[in-house]
Design a protein around this ligand. Structure first.
Ligand SMILES: Nc1ncnc2c1ncn2[C@@H]1O[C@H](COP(=O)(O)OP(=O)(O)O)[C@@H](O)[C@H]1O
Ligand SMILES: [Mg+2]
Length: 383
């Protein structure tokens, strides 16, 4: 997908902004606190109906306003005409209204499927250090987009059966026949989810290794998928064996809800061995691999939202990442403080639009080089 036009109203410090992004690269530059991250959040809301910083609505709605709205025209592989998409979130009722091509969508996952977004920001870099939940979300993002029709129903029924099983376990007095009814449903859905996740990781890893080679000199990294239970045993046997432990704890210890990605450097865990900078490169390669796989296996390309790159990566890694993004031929929104920290990262054939962000306002800088010279000469006059 490609976002052609955006109108953002009452998102954090952005009172109202309308602009037409480039189909390639869009740079938001401006001082700290000017509203760059808020703009990326607004685009994220358009694609997923929530911010990437918080699940709450209140902090994201501009102080003093009651409702935020993000509206855009989106080019989609399946549609001939640009698709009008609007997301509005109210402060008082917290109701989210999602409209696509004049129709209301009642589920944010339908919206997410339509507009795939990938975020690279300072939080993303904690993917390997953080909880397994964030790595499961990472895996599931890919499976959801690549195998949408089969994955979502399997995942939902796995979650439902798990919830029921845990509720029974919490009651304590539970008959074996009651538990085995839910075991049966849980195992069936769990196995489906596992097969899809495993196949996705197998598909993803060649992309990951190729990209990591381009981004770093690391050569001994291995990524493996842990499904959430012993790889030699059937889940039904694992559940039967662990029933007293599950009853004692009041929840299910084994299953896809425990899945994870294990990243190793040689024989050690990557977390223990790699530097912070090297871990960031591994995370970038994982994220970019999802985008590359999606672009090659489905008609719908994703949009990358990249925040605060200059504070996270040095110049050479920044350039390597930008180089890969432009080779993927996708739409990118990227922020930086200094206008020139990202200007020489793009190939001449890439259409790069620069937007100056000032106190929540967005101004397209049509000729960034001339604007920079004017700013410099003003500074000299002042001196
Ligand atoms: N709900 C809100 N209403 C109004 N202003 C807000 C709200 N939330 C945050 N802000 C302000 O918005 C400004 C922009 O924040 P942010 O987008 O993170 O800036 P940047 O990424 O450019 O450093 C900050 O000054 C912050 O105090
Ligand atoms: Mg920011």
């Amino acid at each position: 997908m490609t976002i052609r036009k955006l109108t953002i109203t009452d998102v954090r410090n952005v009172l109202s902004a309308t602009f037409e992004p480039s189909a390639d690269v869009n740079v938001f530059f401006g001082e700290n606190g000017s509203g760059k991250t808020s703009l990326l959040e607004a685009i994220h809301i358009l694609g997923v109906a929530r911010s990437f910083r918080t699940p709450k609505v209140k902090p994201v709605v501009r102080a003093g306003a009651e409702r935020l709205t993000v509206f855009g025209f989106v080019d989609h592989a399946d549609r001939k005409q640009p698709l009008p998409v609007g997301v509005s979130k109210g402060l008082l009722d917290e109701n989210t209204l999602i409209r696509v091509a004049g129709e209301t969508l009642y589920s944010s996952s339908e919206l997410a499927y339509l507009l795939p977004l990938l975020v690279i920001n300072p939080d993303t870099f904690k993917l390997l250090e953080g909880s397994p939940g964030s790595r499961r979300n990472f895996i599931d993002w890919g499976v959801f987009h690549v195998k949408h029709d089969v994955f979502l129903p399997a995942w939902k029924s796995m979650q439902k059966a798990l919830k029921q099983r845990n509720a029974l376990l919490r009651q304590g007095r539970v008959s074996e026949s009651e538990l085995s009814a839910w075991n049966h449903e849980f195992v069936a859905a769990a196995e489906q989810v596992d097969v899809l996740r495993k196949a996705h990781i197998e598909q993803l890893l060649p992309y990951f290794y190729t990209l990591l080679e381009k981004l770093s000199t690391l050569r001994d990294i291995t990524v493996s998928y842990y499904r959430g239970w012993d790889k030699e045993m059937a889940l039904s046997d694992v559940l039967a064996k662990g029933v007293s432990r599950d009853l004692h704890a009041g929840f299910t210890h084994s299953g896809p809800q425990r899945a994870d990605l294990k990243v190793r450097s040689g024989k050690s865990s990557a977390i223990d061995r790699l530097s912070r900078g090297q871990l960031k490169m591994v995370v970038c390669a994982l994220k970019l691999a999802q985008g590359a796989l999606l672009a090659e296996t489905t008609a719908n390309k994703c949009v990358f939202l990249v925040d605060d790159l200059s504070s996270e990566l040095d110049v050479s890694h920044r350039k390597a990442l930008c180089h890969i993004l432009q080779q993927m031929n996708i739409q990118v929104f990227i922020t930086c403080v200094d206008q020139d920290s990202l200007t020489d990262c793009w190939l001449p054939e890439v259409q790069c639009k620069m937007f100056h962000v000032k106190q929540g306002q967005v101004e397209w800088i049509e000729n960034p080089v001339r604007a920079m010279r004017q700013a410099e000469s003003l500074e000299i006059e002042h001196d």
